[in-house]
Design a protein around this ligand. Structure first.
Ligand SMILES: Nc1nc2c(c(=O)[nH]1)N[C@H]1C(S)=C(S)[C@@H](COP(=O)(O)O)O[C@H]1N2
Ligand SMILES: [Mo]
Length: 337
């Protein structure tokens, strides 16, 4: 049975706050803050006797509140791509957004509150390595330029839980095409932000920050590799890895790196965060396979978040028809962890 599209989450959201109203309110607030600062500056400079006024800076809190608005909000919800249908219910938004892995904010599932400290505007992504020309692009500019769509994907964490989510974004292939890699580019390496002030987990020095992940160029340009900017019909909540994360649905969840700031094209295979920490348990390929157990638990079944159900795990998380050919001839590699 295929998922029928009630899209209740969108209706709820739109009724509560139409994005245009939200944006206008943000602009109003930004305008008011600037006005107040200007008035304060004038008054103070008057007291200081004129010329000192120009040096006065707004307080730090005001600067944080003045973070530029999300100029992509107007594009949501993205057009659903009806090729992607699921055999199960979409995971409840309240559950998916309060049960997260994001070690930058703690090594447990309840990081959603702490993650709100992450500032996601301005946000730039640096593109470097084996490309015709290195460049940096802002997230709003990127989302504007990319072919936007919504896809329903399964998601399988290596810890044997799973969910089904409506991701908004664009194919990684579209991004790679824009980046114009050289023929020497064999891998795509991605990196998460590094900010120890905001992310308490990054003060734990025994982890090899920043978080790094990678794909072969063949995997990265496969149609299923998806750059995610939103979920549940609106921009990503911070705990999901805003403003830009990856979704590679046939691999264990740790490959789907969050809050990306750098994308490099490389000749050498990158070493990922978890591979660096524990290579016996987590490797480069990490393709979902129910027949290959994790050293400490079985991968045969998975707990479906929000349902209380445990169901069989599928090879390549159900995407084998599309992706198995990518691994022909690689049988000697450790493909399944
Ligand atoms: N930067 C970063 N990306 C990350 C992680 C992380 O800790 N840091 N955890 C990974 C793991 S193990 C999983 S299961 C998913 C969780 O995504 P979700 O919280 O959106 O469900 O993010 C992946 N991406
Ligand atoms: Mo995971």
């Amino acid at each position: 049975m295929f998922y029928k599209r009630p899209r209740r989450w969108e209706l709820k959201e739109r009724d509560a706050t139409p994005e245009s109203v939200f944006l206008n309110r943000r602009r109003l607030l930004a305008g008011a803050a600037v006005g107040a600062t200007a008035v304060g500056t004038i008054a103070l400079s008057g007291r200081l006797g004129g010329s000192g006024g120009a040096k006065l800076m707004p307080p730090a809190e005001a600067a944080a509140d003045d973070a530029p608005p999300d100029l992509t909000a107007q594009y949501y919800p993205f057009e659903p791509n009806d090729r992607f249908v699921l055999d199960r219910e979409i995971t409840d938004e309240a559950i998916a957004s309060t049960y997260n892995n994001f070690y930058e904010f703690g090594s447990h599932k309840r990081i959603s509150r702490e993650a709100q400290a992450l500032q996601i505007r301005p946000w730039e992504i640096k593109v470097d390595g084996e490309v015709e020309q290195e460049f940096t692009i802002g997230i709003d500019d990127l989302v504007k330029r990319m072919p936007r769509e919504e896809r329903l994907y399964r998601f399988r964490c290596v810890e044997a839980w799973s969910m089904a989510v409506p991701w908004s974004g664009f194919t990684l292939k579209a991004f790679v095409d824009m980046a114009r890699p050289l023929s020497s580019a064999k891998y795509v390496r991605m990196e998460t932000f590094l900010n120890r002030k905001v992310a308490s987990g990054q003060r734990q020095f025994w982890y090899p920050w920043p978080y790094v992940e990678g794909l072969t160029i063949e995997e990265a340009t496969h149609d299923l590799s998806f750059m995610v900017t939103g979920v549940y019909g609106k921009p990503l909540a911070k705990q999901f890895g805003a403003p830009l994360r990856l979704a590679v649905p046939w691999k264990y969840g740790f490959k789907s790196i969050k809050s990306i700031v750098r994308i490099s094209f490389t000749e050498k295979r990158p070493v990922s965060f978890w591979e660096e920490i524990q290579p016996a348990e987590y490797g480069f390929w990490a393709n979902v396979n129910p027949d290959v157990a994790h050293p400490r638990w079985s991968q045969a079944t998975e707990q479906v978040l929000g349902t209380g159900e445990r169901v069989p795990t599928l090879p390549y998380n159900g995407y084998g028809e599309e992706v198995a050919h990518l691994y022909a001839g690689l049988e000697g590699e450790t493909l399944y962890r």
